[in-house]
Design a protein around this ligand. Structure first.
Ligand code: DON
Length: 565
């Protein structure tokens, strides 16, 4: 096999050995292959995924191995104490499935358990974790290698440690500095040799996490939801005033759900269903945009950006109005129909911004965390996985389960905080996403699969809190409407509007080539958020229809590595 076909691309410019091969490294390149592709934020996790494929595992085996590896190598968001959504395309002609493993409110949760303005750190903010159950369900449905074989590499990484690079060194140093009240986190993540700071080149070894992962490898999800780990977790809750009990853990289950499906310019687009808002919101926005002709438009013209932003406002407004856990909340089916999108498209004026307030004055929105992680996997048989999972904020609740070596999420903060209390500061008190025992909180996580005639064509997704859905929209528009290459589509500046606050965030804000478009948009009544924050981290794979060539592009905004074979 040629060097090119087995190329490894690493956005941090490290040389990495994968199996017996040294792979070519290029920070701004694309990894290619015909037999499999993995793209994630972490070079070590990508390597674990590629090795899983190389030893005969399918895309789901590799995805599970990557998910457990990220819990070791990317602790701000990779997790076993959080939850997420895994979209699986089983193979040519088969229908995608969403493995939903969102966290759940414990039985003792009550609608008014949070004070307004309370920071959502600490034990009370933890939802019953879903990741381990989600991985087990994905494995039962689609896995081909033995479970132990896909979990063990992560246990080994935790036990033997791995060399950290600059971003992780800075992240660990900072979280330890900022979390003096979380003694177990400080103990586990303190720099070596009594130093104040982690340095790139240090080794992070996590023996307690290794032990927990070995239990999961041996016993499956029971190794987490029952027995010693469940006892440790419940004890942690008792000591810290949290609500989760051993019974909550034993009752947790992941769901295989039907994805939200739509079409865009002849492609089939699949996103996760509620309790994620991502699928509905994405399809609603794409349906609106399909009503316009971009043939003569530039991707960053004021006209294109205006139509994208107006679609975003309408999609996010419906998201806030209607979406919550479908077991508790009725979600009207018309949101993803072409007819409804035609009606919404007709309300967009070509020369003028619509004020968010006029769309639904009664419901502003609260903020969400910005640290999650997404990875994409495709195998040589056309099976594909888009997985997004999270602890919610960076390092979650910061509660590290004593002696068990893993962090817990603070996902209870994704519920509406105070029933009936909606205000202009961004608090929202509507019923669809109010806290209730056993309910799953709304999410923006949006792992995306695009197919044509049953064949997988694009696998993508991103972190970024509420910006996630718009990052997915930008990638799809870049690829499907403007014909960009995967590298161009991932690199292109992203845009975000979430209905409230009524302002545009644009990564290209400070670039002179966009100044004219920005000026025109302001003249149309659009407001821009000053400054340009990075939006998302969209590790993406595109599959060429004729040749089957897999092209993987790591997003260079944070860290990332794509590897194909
Ligand atoms: O599920 C959600 O929508 C949020 N908890 C995700 C938070 C997030 O993406 C933070 N990300 N980068």
């Amino acid at each position: 096999m040629s060097q090119l076909r087995r190329m490894m691309v690493c956005a941090v410019g490290l040389a990495i050995l994968v199996g017996h091969c040294q792979f070519a490294i290029a920070a701004d390149d694309v990894a290619v292959g015909h037999n499999g592709m993995v793209v994630s934020v972490s070079p070590e996790a990508t390597r674990v995924g590629l090795e899983t494929l190389q030893k005969g595992g399918n895309a789901v085996d590799a995805a599970i191995a990557v998910a457990f590896a990220l819990a070791v190598t990317w602790p701000e968001a990779g997790n076993i104490g959080g939850g997420g959504f895994m979209m699986v395309h089983p193979g040519a002609g088969e229908s995608p499935v969403c493995i939903e493993y969102r966290e759940t409110a414990p039985a003792a949760a009550t609608p008014d358990m949070f004070e307004l303005g309370e920071t959502h750190l600490g034990h009370k903010a933890v939802g019953v974790p879903g990741t381990v159950a989600g991985m087990e369900l994905a494995h039962e449905r689609f896995g081909s290698l033995p479970w132990e074989e896909v979990v063990r590499p992560a246990a080994r990484l935790a036990e033997q440690g791995f060399v950290i690079e600059e971003k992780l060194a800075a992240g660990l140093t900072s979280i330890v500095d900022r979390s003096p009240q979380f003694a177990e986190l400080v103990r586990v993540f303190s720099p070596p040799d009594g130093r104040q700071q982690w340095r790139s080149g240090d080794r992070l070894v996590q023996p307690e996490l290794a032990h927990t992962l070995r239990l999961i490898a041996e016993k499956g999800a029971d190794g987490f939801y029952r027995g010693a780990v469940a006892q440790q977790l419940a004890e942690e809750m008792r000591l810290g005033g949290g609500l989760i009990t051993e019974k909550d853990l034993a009752n947790y289950h992941a769901n295989a759900r039907e994805p939200i499906h739509g079409t865009f310019r002849g492609f089939d687009v699949y996103g996760p269903p509620p309790p994620s808002s991502g699928g509905i919101c994405l399809i609603e926005m794409l349906n609106i945009l399909e009503n316009f002709d971009f043939e003569e438009s530039d991707r960053f013209s004021a006209e294109t950006l205006h139509l994208m932003v107006e679609s975003m406002k309408r999609g996010y407004c419906d998201r806030a109005r209607y979406v919550g856990d479908p077991a508790f909340t009725y979600i009207p089916p018309h949101l993803t129909t072409k007819e409804y999108a035609r009606q919404l498209a007709a309300t967009i004026r070509s020369e003028r911004a619509t004020s968010s307030e006029s769309l639904a004055p009664e419901i502003p929105l609260a903020a969400e965390g910005t640290e999650t992680t997404h990875f994409s996997v495709v195998d040589g048989n056309g099976m594909a996985v888009a997985n997004t999972y999270t602890l919610e904020q960076s390092y979650g609740s910061r509660v590290m389960v004593r002696g068990a070596g893993f962090l817990l999420n603070n996902e209870m903060g994704d519920f509406n905080w105070k029933p009936g209390h909606t205000d202009r500061k961004g608090n929202i008190g509507t019923e669809a996403n109010a806290i209730a025992p056993g309910k799953r909180m709304i999410s923006s996580q949006t792992p995306i699969l695009v197919t044509k005639e049953g064949q997988i064509r694009v696998v993508t997704g991103s972190p970024g809190g509420r910006t996630i859905i718009n990052t997915g929209l930008c990638i799809i528009i870049n690829l499907m409407e403007f014909g960009m290459s995967v590298r161009e589509a991932v690199d292109a500046p992203r845009i975000h509007h979430q209905w409230f606050p009524d302002e545009i965030r644009f990564e290209g804000m400070e670039r002179p080539e966009f100044a004219e478009s920005i000026k025109q948009l302001e003249n149309m009544g659009h407001a821009f958020y000053a400054g340009s924050r990075k939006q998302g981290d969209a590790h993406t794979i595109v599959i060429e229809p004729d040749t089957g060539l897999l092209q993987g592009a790591a997003d260079l905004r944070r860290l990332g590595a794509a590897a194909g074979h």
